[in-house]
Design a protein. Structure first.
Length: 121
């Protein structure tokens, strides 16, 4: 008898232990496969997110530039500042029919850029 209560001299106990070891090995293998696949997916998702952030930064800069050009043009055509803000907001709101927190943040940023550009013109 051992500390595990199994008499390895008995073929039935040894067979049961061998089956438990095989089951534990199989379970370990399945969990390892799942874990490795999840890590691969997480790494790919992280890389994809980094690429998306870089693309978003480029598009944000393009948007900032276009808003500034638009605001300056409105100022040169004697559009009052309040109306310029409304026009800029309108253009942005039309760009996304489903406003959410992201859209609101873009509108807030664009209004700030427009006001800065309007008074700089």
């Amino acid at each position: 008898m051992t500390d595990f209560g199994i008499d390895f001299r008995s073929s039935d106990d040894f067979s049961q232990m061998r089956d438990r070891v095989a089951a534990a090995r199989a379970h370990t293998r399945v969990n390892a496969e799942r874990y490795v696949q999840l890590r691969r997916t997480a790494d790919a998702t992280r890389e994809e997110a980094q690429e998306l952030r870089a693309q978003a930064a480029v598009l944000q800069e393009r948007l900032r530039e276009s808003v500034m050009v638009y605001a300056a043009a409105l100022r040169r055509t004697s559009v009052p500042p309040e109306r310029a803000v409304v026009l800029v907001k309108s253009a942005l709101i039309e760009s996304d029919p489903y406003p959410d927190k992201h859209n609101r943040q873009v509108v807030e940023d664009a209004v700030r850029w427009a006001v800065d550009a309007y008074y700089a013109a």
